[in-house]
Design a protein around this ligand. Structure first.
Ligand SMILES: O=C(O)CCC(=O)C(=O)O
Ligand SMILES: [Fe+2]
Length: 312
């Protein structure tokens, strides 16, 4: 069975062979398993340990750090619901960028709301360290992307100065344990942002719709971060990069944990293929949009937890 291509990033974002390999897999399947990313294993292990401790805490501890109106903090089991679909068999903790922008206008947006952290020792520090390390990898990958697309290497740094990227830590119980309520840990979907960086444990369960029309299991590699193209980058490249459907079913019989970092630009960034691809294909799919406005509208249209904020 085909698998997501593996690329070694240790030569860095300016290395021509790395840029070519990364670009080729983003064009064909929209996914890469990235080795040599430089995030220290202990940073990942510490963040996973903090996540496990949090999810094992009493329900009251978890519910005390919900910010439902803004989808920050604790997201309870079965709370991620898209209209017409069964709830996702997962619970999560969602955090925004550790450095909130100064502008009151930006701070008022749901994506820049403050993350409520639990008082568990080391939780905020460990997740914040992991967030920053993963975010740096994301920016480096986007520098390689900029070179692949032959624009200024700082193109995405500039577009991301006030990023609304968010990281989630997710707990998926075994599929059998949630089968009455959920068909999926996450139902098939395409991510909204520029790219997503995913650290997963060794239990597997993520599958990607390959260009051949078959579902490819993303076999866990302890040394790799899985990176995939989201809708914004697909649009911005005028369709040159593929944004693939993917889903999670945890058939391992064990508790599965993962940490996706959804990399987004600044809220007001205009996504126009003209500026990145140098041309704009016909049609609504490639018309210019404002990144944050579109992503927020999509979340509100599709997700019950965004559309119907309730008091904690
Ligand atoms: O947990 C995973 O392996 C993937 C999660 C995912 O696709 C998402 O949250 O968008
Ligand atoms: Fe996803």
């Amino acid at each position: 069975m085909p698998n997501v291509p593996s690329v070694d990033f240790s030569a860095g974002a300016a290395d021509p062979a790395t840029i070519a390999a990364l670009g080729a897999t983003f064009e064909s399947c929209g996914f890469v398993s990235l080795r040599g990313h430089g995030v220290p294993p202990e940073v990942i292990a510490d963040a996973f340990a903090a996540a496990e401790e949090f999810f094992a805490a009493p329900e009251a501890v978890k519910r005390a750090v919900q910010n439902r109106a803004n989808n920050r903090g604790y997201v309870p089991m079965f709370d991620s619901v898209r209209p017409g679909e069964k709830p996702s068999g997962q619970e999560a903790f969602s955090m925004g960028h550790p450095d909130r922008p100064e502008e009151p206008e930006l701070r008022a947006l749901p994506f820049h709301a403050e993350t409520p952290f639990p008082a568990l020792p080391g939780f905020e520090a460990r997740l914040t360290t992991c967030y920053r390390a993963m975010f740096a990898v994301g920016q480096a990958v986007l520098q390689a992307v900029a070179r692949h697309l032959e624009v200024d290497p700082g193109f995405f740094d500039e577009a991301s100065a006030k990023t609304y990227s968010n990281m989630r830590v997710v707990h998926y119980p075994p599929a059998e344990a949630v089968a009455e309520t959920s068909d999926y840990g996450v139902a098939p979907h395409v991510d909204e942002g520029l790219i997503t960086l995913l650290i997963q444990d060794m239990n597997g369960g993520l599958s990607v719709l390959g260009p051949d029309g078959a579902w490819w299991p993303v076999v866990p590699d302890p040394e790799a971060i899985v990176i995939n193209v989201g809708k914004l980058l697909h649009r911005w490249t005028g369709g040159r990069y593929a944004a693939a459907l993917h889903h999670v079913v945890n058939r391992s019989g064990k508790e599965r944990y993962s940490m996706p970092l959804f990399v987004h630009p600044s809220y007001h960034t205009v996504i126009d293929p003209m500026t990145l691809a140098g041309h704009r294909p016909e049609g609504e799919a490639f018309a210019p949009i404002v990144a944050g406005e579109r992503v927020l509208a999509n979340f509100k249209a599709r997700s019950k937890s965004w559309a119907e904020p309730q008091p904690a």
